[in-house]
Design a protein around this ligand. Structure first.
Ligand SMILES: [Zn+2]
Length: 104
């Protein structure tokens, strides 16, 4: 399966790049420049998981961050860490749901 080059999170489109090395992380969501980076220094499954993780950061960056009472990066990390495996599992394990949701 080819890797995505972009992720659409209406109204924005983020460029997705898979990079060899990321300092002190396996992913990075640079939403200010519209880019999500995923480190290739992990398994394919973990790269997919990291991409979902960084997409959640991008979603939070689209205004939700401003509503967090404590703009503590650790709190955001906890939210993302809680949601990511569940969202990833939802998408991965429910292809009929995804087909249904993709109907326009
Ligand atoms: Zn994170």
């Amino acid at each position: 399966m080819p890797r995505p080059k972009t992720v659409r999170l209406d109204p924005f489109t983020y460029k997705v790049t898979f990079v060899t090395i990321l300092p002190e992380a396996v992913g990075h969501s640079a939403t200010d420049v519209g880019e999500i980076q995923v480190s290739e220094s992990q398994t394919e499954e973990n790269q997919r998981s990291t991409l979902v993780h960084e997409i959640l950061h991008a979603i939070i960056g689209q205004g939700l961050r401003e509503f967090l009472r404590e703009p503590d990066p650790k709190f955001e990390e906890q939210i993302v860490a809680l949601l990511e495996p569940r969202l990833f599992g939802l998408i991965r394990d429910n292809p009929k749901l995804i087909d249904y949701l993709q109907e326009k």
